[in-house]
Write a protein that binds this ligand. Structure first.
Ligand code: DGY
Length: 418
């Protein structure tokens, strides 16, 4: 059973005057996809606060439509790298990459579930143009050659920072040549966080954007790290479909044809990523031109994006059925058959609740209700074992990363206790 009042208290405790921090200390600002998932939790007990979460986030949107992955709403000693390192000169200091674009999906959910219709109408009116600009940015800046598959420039943009899927692509990035002090290790056991060689390269990339004046054409041509992240592709696809629905709900027919053209382009391109042998869609390294053969939870997210045919979905269903049984706590973010699987290190094995929700939603859409229910029960088991942690050791269920974590509490509120 979910302790609903405690889950609500997690969000209240992490509320910082209009935005919710993912957790105190480790993540003291507003992160984009955390914020979207967290808004769904607020919606269950404070609709005005849920909409405010979205409005605060979109106040940090760049003029070119990009929604940064972090908005630095104030100073915080507890986090590195801060706005000075990113160097973006925006009214709300921010990072210079985005994050999986789940916002339109969240806003559609909020609009459809809200009781206060006047508030929902007003919020949609304000948010719709901002979302259209955001999606337009993805297609224009991240797929200028119209391949149908947007690209990503940083593991942090995937939200799955330390996934083994990024290891080889990141290893080719030079190391940063200045000293720095990490803050994350002051909050969380080092066994649960990325290693220094990865951080050296994360920071090189941050410097690279800054030194190149955030020039999107140059970065598209020359960034040493460019991947097609199938998680982003799938989440964007679902969000664009939701954005079409939001346009219809708002009576704004104009942008629909353009969005549908992008949706069709992605649908036509996605089979390039399919591996029948591995029963999933692989991430792809644009620098080497090769698939990244690592089975992670991102590689079945095309179910969430509605990108798979029914027969490809059936292959992924087989994979997920086996995967659920492969660890005591599931779904592990990296398949345990991988040599790089680590049950408690950030994105190399542990379980994340919001990803399980996405996979279960996809399974339901394809008619696999009982399997979706199994994913939900597996998710509940993590919370029963350890509470509202950031993520959960796939072998023991122990809570990892930050404690009293906003999106974990939010998923418990809007999904597990619905
Ligand atoms: C971090 O600092 O670990 C974040 O995930 C970056 O967004």
């Amino acid at each position: 059973m979910i302790d609903v009042s405690d889950a609500q208290q997690v969000l209240r405790d992490n509320d910082r005057d209009g935005h919710t921090v993912p957790t105190d200390g480790l993540y003291p600002f507003q992160w984009s996809w955390d914020s979207a998932i967290t808004a769904l939790g607020w919606l269950t007990f404070d609709e005005a606060r849920a909409w405010e979460e979205a409005h605060t986030m979109f106040r940090g949107q760049w003029d070119n439509g990009m929604l940064p992955h972090i908005l630095f709403h104030g100073d915080a000693e507890s986090y590195f790298p801060g706005p000075d390192v990113w160097g973006s000169n925006t009214s709300i200091p921010s990072s210079a990459v985005s994050q999986p674009p789940v916002w339109a999906t969240a806003v559609r959910y909020m609009y459809e579930h809200a009781q206060d219709r006047d508030l929902a109408e007003a919020a949609l009116k304000k948010l719709l143009p901002q979302h259209l600009a955001y999606h337009d940015w993805w297609y224009r800046e991240r797929d200028p050659a119209d391949t149908g598959l947007v690209c990503s420039y940083h593991p942090w943009e995937s939200g799955m920072d330390n996934s083994p899927a990024w290891d080889d692509a990141l290893a080719r990035v030079p190391e940063v040549d200045w000293d720095y002090q990490r803050r994350d290790l002051g909050h969380v056991d080092s066994d649960q966080r990325p290693h220094k060689p990865q951080y050296d390269r994360y920071l090189y990339l941050v410097d690279f954007y800054k030194k190149n004046g955030f020039d999107s054409e140059l970065i598209y041509r020359e960034c040493p790290y460019r991947v097609i992240d199938v998680g982003i592709v799938a989440i964007l696809q679902r969000a664009s479909k939701d954005l079409v629905e939001l346009c219809k709900l708002a009576g704004e027919e104009g942008p629909i044809a353009g969005l549908e053209a992008e949706i069709a382009r992605t649908q036509a391109a996605v089979d390039r990523l399919w591996s029948k042998e591995h029963r999933c869609y692989f991430n792809h390294d644009l620098v080497t031109g090769e698939h990244i053969e690592e089975i992670t939870t991102a590689t079945v997210l095309p179910l969430f994006g509605g990108l798979a045919t029914q027969s490809k979905a059936a292959y992924m269903v087989d994979l997920i059925e086996e995967w659920l049984d492969a660890t005591a706590f599931a779904l592990s973010s990296t398949h345990p058959s991988s040599e790089r699987f680590e049950s408690q290190r950030y994105w190399r094995g542990p379980v994340w609740l919001h990803i399980n929700w996405m996979i279960a939603e996809g399974l339901k859409d394809y008619g696999y209700e009982p399997l979706a229910e199994r994913v939900k029960q597996a998710t509940q088991k993590c919370v029963d074992e350890s509470g509202f942690y950031e993520y959960f050791d796939a072998l023991t269920g122990a809570g990892c990363g930050g404690g009293r974590f906003s999106w974990t509490a939010a998923v418990a509120l809007y999904w597990l206790s619905d």
